[in-house]
Design a binder for this molecule. Structure first.
Ligand code: AMP
Length: 363
């Protein structure tokens, strides 16, 4: 199927009444602050919601319109798209939107104007593209080990697709790699197919900081919006167990994200945080034009040499933005008032309308 024609989306946008825009997204992931932020900036909000999942939107009162569907994936159905267009909707993408709508559908059949660069989503989903973007941008990432036979230190083993770290493991030798592959297979956490796609990289011993940025296409500038860290089962549970008992328990650590908490970086590390944001956005401009646009997140580990090493990225609003629905230490610095990622997105749309430059930030 051919890719969505940019001109077609611009045509739809042209027909919209700019005084009557709706901000819409799927009711999941990081949608609450998107809706709240959009309402604060004066937009109507619409949630596309799976039946039974509407409670938070109703109870928090952040949505004006409800498009109820049997399955989240129905957001790409023609009738739903039509309802969205009829409301002059601009869709804010997030992790669940991409997962349920499906990357192929977003690229080929989802004919609703979206905030951000829809082409960049694939660069997050495909590990090789992600590595290419980071390497060519000059961002420090973990060293890749091509063959399990070459393991000569501690490595982290990952499998295709975003799976909240399920099935990931640490190994110190080729033998241990083989053993753990067997264990993961026995648990049905990975399949034969996944082994072929196994990705082995240097284990970075450090603390986790997921840095949330906003790239303003209108200002051509990266803003540092907030930082979170992850709570992961079972690794965070295991570190609360004395070492002797950890060994007796004989469990393999897993990295299933269960929640997030807000953090701040040592101030002396902030230049690196900005440098990473600047480098990746510059690199993306050439590789996947027009590059980043709106929210994105660089997931990092900081080692005791105080190096910020990026192990993953989100090319859209990341779930960790929920740690600063009422603003973060950093987003506060820009405007002197609490500012969520969702509200910053809505502000960009508002500015785009005011400056008659919506076409630059919508795809
Ligand atoms: P991911 O699914 O890539 O977000 O990774 C899940 C978790 O695995 C992260 O939150 C980290 O705690 C851990 N992790 C990922 N890559 C590495 C690495 N190269 N070294 C050490 N820990 C890692």
């Amino acid at each position: 199927m051919s890719k969505i024609d940019r001109q077609k989306i611009m045509g739809i946008l042209d027909e919209y009444d700019k005084e009557d825009i709706t901000i819409a997204t799927l009711g999941s992931h990081s949608s609450l602050h998107m809706f709240q932020g959009a309402k604060t900036e004066g937009f109507r909000t619409a949630v596309v919601c799976e039946k039974g999942r509407e409670v938070p939107y109703k109870r928090f009162g952040v949505c004006d319109e409800y498009i109820m569907v049997d399955h989240f994936s129905d957001i790409v159905n023609e009738e739903v798209q039509e309802q969205l267009r009829d409301m002059n909707s601009i869709v804010f993408p997030h992790g669940s939107f991409v997962a349920y709508a499906g990357l192929d559908n977003i690229e080929t059949i989802f004919n609703v104007p979206m905030f951000g660069n829809r082409d960049i989503l694939r660069w997050e989903a495909e590990r090789d593209l992600e590595r290419k973007l980071m390497t060519e941008s000059g961002v420090r990432i973990p060293k890749k080990i091509k063959n399990p036979a070459d393991i000569d230190g501690t490595v982290m083993v990952k499998f295709p697709g975003a799976r909240g770290g399920r099935g990931y493991f640490v190994a110190n030798s080729t033998e241990e790699y083989d053993e753990k592959i067997e264990t993961m297979m026995a648990r049905n956490w990975i399949e034969e197919e996944d082994i072929k796609g196994a990705h082995i990289e240097e284990y970075v011993l450090g603390c986790n900081y997921c840095i949330h940025y906003f790239f303003s296409g209108l200002k051509d500038e990266v803003e540092l919006m907030g930082i979170d860290s992850r709570y992961e089962s079972t690794i965070d549970g295991l570190v609360r167990v004395p070492a002797k008992d950890q060994i007796d328990m004989g469990v393999n650590a897993s990295y299933v994200v269960t929640g997030n908490h807000p953090v701040v970086l040592r101030e002396s590390l902030l230049p690196q945080a900005f440098d990473i944001g600047d480098k990746i956005t510059e690199g993306a401009k050439g590789l996947v034009p027009p590059g980043f646009n709106g929210p994105f997140c660089m997931q990092t580990l900081v080692n005791d040499d105080l190096e910020v090493v990026v192990f993953e990225m989100s090319a859209r609003s990341d779930g960790g933005t929920n740690t600063f629905m009422n603003g973060s230490a950093y987003s506060y610095l820009y405007y002197g008032e609490p500012l969520s990622m969702g509200r910053r997105m809505a502000m960009e749309i508002k500015n785009g309308i005011a400056e008659d430059r919506l076409d630059e930030i919508i795809t």
